[in-house]
Design a protein around this ligand. Structure first.
Ligand code: CUA
Length: 329
């Protein structure tokens, strides 16, 4: 166990050297049944390769040290038997065993999650995730809430190009293919936030196509889903009211929806809970007033290539728009 920890620490150090942020989600830190299987497979392959490497290194050393003796033995035909066993027989046994374990895990991972639990419908867009729940009218983006300890069915569609849905701590990758519906499931054993990422190169902002899976107790999840089906929070302050007016009368409403208002655009993400989201632009920048203002004024400087053009917003209107969007939670 101590050895495994030393190896894991070494791998961690390597990933830091390779430029991975320290809080990057790791498939070796699983929080659900799906990722546990991948972790088991990972360690099995790791230890098999360690044993094979050590065996080859030992044989190489042995050959170097005793090569004079081996030359005489070749005449007797013994090494041929050795080559057959160590060079063909042993790899065959190892590969068949690993293949068997792989098939077992593949079957377990593609098993139907069953009729219980909610169904999430996720659509991959360039470059964000549209998230809906079966039987719920509202939508959100780049954020999936799930109840802890329950298998959640995830239906995956691509709106444009290939994407891949990957939440390393919960589940391995599932590709999204335009014109096809794919399925996977999510199960988290402990409450927490699990970062996911598009894992199929899909263009300029592929790196900024992240999502967050939030696993929470069932009652919190129920409350969250209930909010998703209800009208968005109405403006409370003067600034929020002015912001809402600017939002509905300006260009925003052409592409974005806010539940309970006349804004019903479907081009960009539904903004009904914008103020509660973990990020702006699917992981591009933190969700705070400063970044939101920068995004509204010119999203192309924040996430070049995304579908939203720079907005001709009056400088006086910008604080109101920010206040309104941040109040939506
Ligand atoms: Cu979507 Cu990469």
């Amino acid at each position: 166990m101590r050895g495994a920890r030393v190896v894991a620490a070494g791998l961690g150090a390597l990933s830091v050297l390779a430029g991975c942020p320290a809080d990057a989600p790791s498939a070796l830190d699983p929080a659900g049944a799906g990722a546990h299987r991948i972790e088991g497979l990972w360690w099995l392959l790791f230890w098999v390769s360690v044993v094979v490497f050590l065996e080859v290194a030992a044989l190489l050393a042995w050959a170097l040290v005793f090569r004079r003796g081996e030359r005489t033995r070749i005449r007797h035909g013994q090494p041929l038997r050795f080559v057959t066993i160590a060079g063909a027989g042993l790899p065959f046994v190892i590969l068949v065993a690993v293949y068997g374990v792989g098939l077992r895990d593949l079957a377990a991972l593609s098993a139907d999650p069953g009729p219980d639990g909610p169904t999430v419908e996720v659509t991959g867009h360039k470059w964000w995730w549209e998230v809906r729940y079966e039987g719920v009218s509202g939508a959100t983006a780049n954020e999936i809430h799930i109840p802890v300890g329950e298998r959640v069915r995830v239906r995956l569609r691509a709106a444009d190009v290939l994407h891949s849905f990957w939440v390393p701590q919960l589940m391995p990758k599932t590709d999204l293919i335009a014109g096809e519906m794919r399925e996977t499931w999510l199960l988290a054993n402990r409450a927490g936030s699990y970062r996911g990422q598009c894992a199929e190169y899909c263009g300029l902002q592929h790196a900024h196509m992240a999502l967050m899976v939030i696993a929470e107790p069932r009652r919190d999840f129920d409350a969250w889903v209930a909010r998703l089906g209800a009208p968005a929070r109405a403006p409370q302050s003067e600034a929020e009211r002015r912001g809402q007016q600017a939002f509905l009368q300006g260009t925003c409403a052409a592409c974005h929806a806010v539940r309970g208002t006349s804004a019903q655009g479907r081009v960009g993400p539904d903004l009904s809970d914008m103020g509660a989201r973990w990020s702006i632009g699917a992981g591009a920048v933190p969700n705070d007033a400063g970044h939101l203002g920068g995004w509204i004024a010119n999203p192309q400087t924040v996430k070049p290539g995304n579908a939203m053009p720079p907005q001709p917003v009056d400088a006086a209107q910008l604080p109101d728009l920010i206040a309104y969007l941040r109040s939506l939670k």
